[in-house]
Design a protein around this ligand. Structure first.
Ligand SMILES: *[C@@H]1O[C@H](CO)[C@@H](O)[C@H](O)[C@H]1NC(C)=O
Ligand SMILES: *[C@@H]1O[C@H](CO)[C@@H](O)[C@H](O)[C@H]1NC(C)=O
Ligand SMILES: *[C@@H]1O[C@H](CO)[C@@H](O)[C@H](O)[C@H]1NC(C)=O
Ligand SMILES: *[C@@H]1O[C@H](CO)[C@@H](O)[C@H](O)[C@H]1NC(C)=O
Ligand SMILES: *[C@@H]1O[C@H](CO)[C@@H](O)[C@H](O)[C@H]1NC(C)=O
Length: 437
């Protein structure tokens, strides 16, 4: 009952704030699409949206578990439609803003009196500042699932102002981070509210440095050339909420905005690996469990899990006459590739399977996602050792997500995953970005 009431209030607030944007638009999109490229220097995934008035393109590092959009408001923020959120306003409560303040060097974007603030987080470096909550125009392309279509606009998209120094460690040319996490003001919820579609989104990261991957907001189809609807081949597993925030700065009692799944065991080459199962669940302090991250380029395993998996893999590889060679940082386990066949699913090495809620629910990681080619004759397992007391035991990183479709369904609290699309003769760089508007 209490929940329903709260939800009702939230919905009212959302409608109230978003109605100006709806009023201007007769066209209501079913889904939206944004491109994602991979930055070669940092291995970060970068997207681009348009923001402000007049609109400017804004490049952002994609942070799957990020709480909201934050951009650098210190440098070159010019907009006639920038609205700071006044203390005590509904926008402040939607943003779960923590505080209310004045700013003496303004007024300008990021520095106004009587505004509420949140903590924009550079999750790559683990640095957070405090930043004004604000609203401005955001515009992206709609999609029918096959091509981008008409451009649509959210007139008062809620975000936070970061500083120029908070950009340190992020890819060249980016102006902030795009949070896709499970908060009311992250992209998935704001877009879903603005256009009244279900709270679902999907990411499909490209392994290519040249061709874009794609993020969809809203329901499928998610069509990749040659006419493969990747939304049709998903396996589902529940999403879990970590009760303790994993952000760089947070207030007590805040839950994590990141996406956790229930990995129950790990197989290497069809054999279960012995693991300390305690590490696989989230305890009351928010420690343990498995999350999915786009800001970590490679999967990170707690040290005992790492050892168990890499030993099993090395044994299997040795049985196939694949020779281990010296480690190449940041990896520990590398092989001479001269004895390794290439297949449609990447290098032919034993697959690594993440076993979810039951034995039939497997996320299979084949060579294309498990191995990284570091030189002409050396391949390394693209997993790194996370040490003995990490906050989260398993962090599934970017290399393991590429050319997989992942659909996050916030309403049903479940993840749909495809395993590699290479087996279906397509990749995440096969969305047709030619507009048919
Ligand atoms: C904020 O208010 C103070 C007075 O309380 C004033 O000196 C200052 O100029 C104001 N700053 C802005 C950004 O309006
Ligand atoms: C398993 O992990 C938990 C949590 O880190 C630890 O307390 C426990 O001692 C471990 N058990 C074994 C058998 O290593
Ligand atoms: C591995 O190499 C040994 C010796 O060269 C050979 O006898 C064996 O058949 C090879 N095994 C496989 C699986 O290729
Ligand atoms: C890999 O194996 C080939 C063929 O046996 C050999 O020529 C090459 O030097 C090896 N490379 C490394 C890095 O060990
Ligand atoms: C991509 O979409 C455009 C616009 O609908 C279409 O003309 C073109 O043939 C498509 N490309 C491919 C490779 O199907």
């Amino acid at each position: 009952m209490a929940y329903t009431m709260q939800y009702f209030l939230f919905s009212c607030l959302l409608l109230f704030f978003i109605s100006p944007s709806l009023a201007q638009q007769s066209f209501r999109p079913k889904a939206l699409v944004i491109p994602v490229s991979k930055d070669t220097n940092t291995l970060q995934y970068v997207t681009r949206i348009n923001q402000r008035t007049p609109l400017v393109p804004v490049s952002l590092v994609v942070d799957l578990g990020g709480q909201f959009l934050w951009v650098d408001c210190e440098r070159n923020y010019v907009s006639s439609t920038y609205f700071p959120a006044r203390c005590g306003s509904a926008v402040c409560s939607l943003a779960r803003a923590n505080g209310c303040g004045d700013c003496f060097s303004g007024p300008k974007p990021g520095c106004n009196n009587n505004t509420c603030g949140v903590s924009p987080d550079n999750s790559v470096t683990g640095t957070a500042t405090s930043g004004e909550v604000a609203q401005d125009v955001v515009s992206v392309q709609s999609t029918d699932g096959s091509n981008p279509g008409q451009v649509v606009t959210v007139a008062k998209f809620i975000f936070s102002c970061g500083t120029t120094s908070l950009l340190e460690g992020l890819a060249n040319g980016v102006m902030g981070m795009a949070g896709l996490g499970r908060t009311r003001i992250a992209f998935p919820s704001q877009f879903a509210s603005a256009f009244s579609f279900t709270r679902k989104f999907a990411i499909c990261l490209s392994s290519s440095n040249r061709y874009n991957g794609v993020i969809f907001f809203g329901n499928g189809p998610y069509v990749l050339l040659p006419n493969v609807d990747a939304s049709q081949s998903l396996t589902y597993t529940p999403l879990f909420i970590n009760p303790v925030s994993t952000a760089s700065a947070y207030t007590a009692g805040e839950a994590s905005a990141e996406y956790f799944i229930g990995v129950k065991s790990i197989n290497v080459g069809d054999q279960a690996v012995q693991l300390n199962k305690t590490l696989l669940s989230i305890n009351s302090e928010g420690v343990g469990g498995t999350k999915i991250s786009t800001v970590n380029p490679y999967t990170i395993l707690e040290t005992s899990i790492f050892k168990a998996v890499t030993e099993a893999l090395s044994d299997e590889a040795a049985a196939r006459n694949i020779t281990r060679v010296a480690a190449v940082s940041p990896f520990d386990v590398c092989f001479n590739s001269s004895n390794v066949l290439s297949t449609r699913l990447g290098y032919s090495v034993p697959s690594i399977e993440l076993v979810m809620q039951n034995e039939a629910t497997l996320w299979r990681i084949y060579g294309a996602n498990s191995m990284v080619q570091v030189s002409s004759d050396v391949l390394c397992l693209g997993f790194v050792n996370g040490g003995s007391n990490p906050r989260t035991s398993i962090v599934i990183g970017g290399n393991q997500l590429e050319d997989n479709l992942l659909q996050f369904d916030l309403a049903e609290s479940r993840l749909g995953f495809s395993s590699t699309l290479l087996g279906r003769q397509t990749t995440c760089s096969n969305f047709n970005f030619t507009s048919n508007a």
